[in-house]
Ligand binder design. Structure first.
Ligand code: TMP
Length: 210
């Protein structure tokens, strides 16, 4: 049974998602909330192993449907092993990426199609959608310019600009499909302002949960 609150952060590469979500997590901890932080793909041993396979730049031969299935497999294991038990204990779970990433990156970015990617993910998550999703909105070209400065770029970071532009388009489709649980936050601002806005959304959602 789910008693806690499942919060996910989404956005294109270079949107500052990890910085923002970890800051939000720290603030909630400081304010005394029972909260855990995790990420996808990964968050537990089996899923981190799958992450290494997916993101290894050497795996250029990976088929796009294999990639989508690996993300869905890692999602399922992470959900079963970590997210659902924490929610059953009444915790707030802050997760860096979840199903919306697969819809945008594999569904639209890889051109598999939203419905096909949704189908395998529904098999994986069995209705366990996030309660609340913060979408960090940034110009995809700005995001790409930020990741181009990273000293290590994974297999997805190395994708073409066209791919990343399709992902941005994919997120727009996802946003219109799941308007009820997604909030867009302008990520072209100082970290403190973005964190503040994200916290307002989450705290409001916590209040409506009690
Ligand atoms: P990260 O850099 O946010 O940790 O995510 C790793 C990469 O994996 C990032 O480029 C987004 C991509 N990704 C997908 O393509 N599909 C997914 O379902 C998830 C969770 C991530």
């Amino acid at each position: 049974m789910r008693k806690g609150l499942f919060v996910t952060f989404e956005g294109p590469d270079g949107s500052g998602k990890t910085t923002i979500s970890t800051n939000v997590y720290q603030q909630l901890l400081t304010e005394g909330y029972d909260v855990i932080y995790t990420r996808e793909p990964g968050g537990i041993d089996i899923a981190e192993q799958i992450r290494r396979i997916i993101l290894d730049p050497k795996n250029t031969a990976m088929d796009v449907k294999t990639e989508a299935l690996l993300y869905a497999a890692s999602r399922r294991q992470h959900l079963i092993e970590k997210v659902l038990p924490a929610l059953a204990e009444g915790k707030i779970v802050i997760c860096d990426r979840f199903i919306d990433s697969s819809l945008a990156y594999q569904g639209i970015g890889r051109q598999i199609g939203l419905d096909a990617v949704l189908a395998i993910n529904e098999f994986a998550i069995e209705g366990n959608y996030p309660d609340c999703t913060i979408f960090l909105d940034i110009d995809p070209l700005e995001g790409l310019s930020r990741i181009s400065n990273r000293h290590y770029r994974d297999r997805l970071d190395r994708e073409t600009q066209e791919f990343h532009m399709r992902v941005a388009q994919g997120y727009l489709e996802v946003l219109s499909k799941y308007r009820h649980r997604m909030t867009v936050v302008d990520a072209n601002r100082p970290v403190e302002d973005i964190v503040k806005d994200a916290l307002v959304v989450i705290l409001k959602r916590i209040e409506s949960n009690v």
